[in-house]
Design a protein around this ligand. Sequence first.
Ligand code: SAM
Length: 372
Amino acid sequence: MSFLEHKTIIKEGDLVLAFIGGDNLKPIYVTPGQSVNTRYGTFSHESMIGLPYGSQITSGKGYGFIYLLHPTPELWTISLPHRTQIVYTPDSSYIIQRLNVISGSRIIESGTGSGSFTHAFARTCGSKGKVFSYEFHEPRYLQAKKEFEGHGLTNVHLTHRDVCANGFDVKDLQTNEPFYADVDAVFLDLPSPWEAIPHLQSVIAKDRAVGICCFSPCIEQVTKTIEALQKNGWIDIEMTEIAGKKWDSRKEMIREVDDAVERLKDIQKRQAEGIEKKKVWIEMNKKQKEQDVANGVPLDERKRAAQELKEENKRKKQQTERDYGFNPWGKGKRVMDGDENYKWFDVSRVGSELKSHTSYLTFARFVPQLKK
Ligand code: SAM
């Protein structure tokens, strides 16, 4: 399994992203004998082997299902184990486009952090490109190394290094011989990028324009970064901030005046029935309690029986709701969006702000022949 290619069938050891709902995705390394617990039930890893990615599986209890998705950088960003703040897709996609990263591009990225952005860079650069990623925190470096190997990111060259102190020069991972990285674009997600900027000259391309983006949460960092960029010959400096929002589009049912009348009648009916049913239930419960006390049933046992009765009552209530049929405003049987037995119109609404670690993005370019 690799983030750089697509495979169809899930095999033992593969990474599957279990889509549970909304932004809830669980990464699973398919291991026979293990299972994943969700609020929709328990799903054994074995049941996933041999299925095509994208399959929907049920928990066997008939009420819950999940989807088995093929990993992508975007889904990984939502589901990865956080070791640091991460770059989210609204920022990474914009940065990739602004830096003109394409198949074959050679990139510098530091720090690696949780590897969220590394996956997006690696997929875009593809097998013809290279991502030179640097992390100075050893446990994070080791974890990232393991993850990149497991995810088939063969185009990522990971180095354990403090780039502010020791720069970006790279060595061949097999021979340990230094080589020229010749990079097209640089992305710095560091607390003090201005200390790393002077070290870039020896690794960036000498025959074409190079782009840079520095990701900083504070405006004071931006100011210092801009000063360092100017001092080191970078031009076209521009600062941008991404504030992404979700737009929800869905169908809404057209409700007529007659529906409102139906709704009022329904409320009255339910109130009358509900009160009657509640009276009967309280009476039954009271009698049962008296009988249990008289028969010497222990307190624990009585509590358990009361809980069972409560659950049974809840089940019956849900069944009654389903049997009631559909009421456009009331409780009752659910209707699928777009059901052709009802009238609908399309609505689009601005939703919540997109999950992202809001930072200022400082972009610049270095054009070798303009260097004084
Ligand atoms: N962009 C990453 C992602 O999307 O997952 C997150 C990067 S995280 C915010 C910043 C990382 O930079 C941390 O893991 C930190 O250890 C590392 N770091 C900080 N200063 C560094 C330096 N001088 N050299 C190398 N890594 C550094």
